[in-house]
Every structure is written in C-alpha cells, then in structure tokens.
Design a protein. Structure first.
Length: 174
C-alpha cells in the first residue's frame, strides 16, 4: 500500500486538508526547532562549564539570543515551505510557543539532572541567588523553565510583528 504525502501547495486538496497540513507542519517545526534550541542551550552551558564561566549567572542571558534564533529559524522554515508573504498570526504564536515549550522542557530536565550531580554548583547558586536557601535542583529547574518559557513567549509575540501576514488581516489597509 502506497501512502501519499500531502503537500499544502497541492491544488487538489480541500481547504480543510490544506489547513491540517499546515497545522501538522507547525507542530513538526516546533518539535525540530525546539530540540535544536535545547541542544544549543545545553552546548552553551557545557562550554561555559569547560571554561569555568558557569558561575557567572549573568551569562545565562545569552540564552535569550539562542531562543530568538530558534524561533526565527522556525518562522523562516515555515515561510519557505508555504511561500507566503508572512505567517498567519495565531499559527505563528502557536509555533513560537511550541518551540519554547519543547526547548525549555528538555533544557530544564538537563539542568535538574546536572544540579543533582554537581552539588558544588548547586551550593554556589544557593549562596548567590535570590531566595537561594529554598532552592533544590528540581525547584531551580522549574524556575529556569518558567523564566525561559516566559522569555520565549514574549519573544514570540515580538517577532510575530515582523513575520505576520499583513494581507490576511481583513482590517489591513495599504
């Protein structure tokens, strides 16, 4: 039995089939770019660890650039696949949030495991972070998840202003 791959560009598809193909692609891009972002963040952390820079907690703000790069990559892949002038707003928001959710889930699990193994670094965080005396590896990983996911959502909302499809908006006037 031969399975047919549904292409959203096909002229023989109904609107519902095209919409389903676009939505499936949003999830696929979200997963792929999310995994890429998480691996980039883990690699950045391990490089910082190799040079003993992991104790400079300010360097975690570079993760902002990594997350932004992953979201932009997802948007560009989507635009390339569907050759639109832009991305419809809500699928774009969903795609960016999906990238952040996948990336932060993987990265938070990594950090939780790492902090459980490296007790010296966990002690350093307890001594130097706000409310550090209440931190455990699981709470620290949860805090990192919430902080990075919130950052990703704000980035998604901001970046969608550059990637959204203006012509799709019925109130848009040229």
């Amino acid at each position: 039995m031969k399975t047919e791959i549904i292409s959203p560009k096909s002229t023989y598809l109904t609107k519902a089939e095209k919409r389903e193909a676009r939505e499936n692609y949003v999830n696929t891009i979200g997963n792929r770019c999310g995994v890429f972002v998480s691996f980039a963040m883990i690699a950045f952390f391990l490089v910082m660890r190799a040079f003993n820079l992991h104790e400079m907690l300010v360097l975690r703000y570079f993760n902002f650039a990594i997350i932004a790069g992953g979201i932009i990559t997802a948007y560009l892949l989507y635009k390339k696949k569907f050759s639109y002038k832009g991305i419809r707003y809500f699928p774009g928001i969903k795609m960016g949030a999906h990238v952040c959710l996948v990336a932060m889930a993987i990265f938070s699990v990594f950090i939780g495991i790492y902090l459980s193994v490296d007790t010296y670094f966990m002690e350093y965080i307890r001594e130097n972070a706000a409310f550090g005396e209440y931190l455990t590896p699981v709470r620290a990983a949860g805090g990192i998840f919430m902080e990075a996911f919130a950052t990703g959502v704000v980035l998604t909302l901001s970046l969608m202003q550059f990637f959204k499809d203006e012509e799709f908006n019925p109130n848009y006037e040229k």
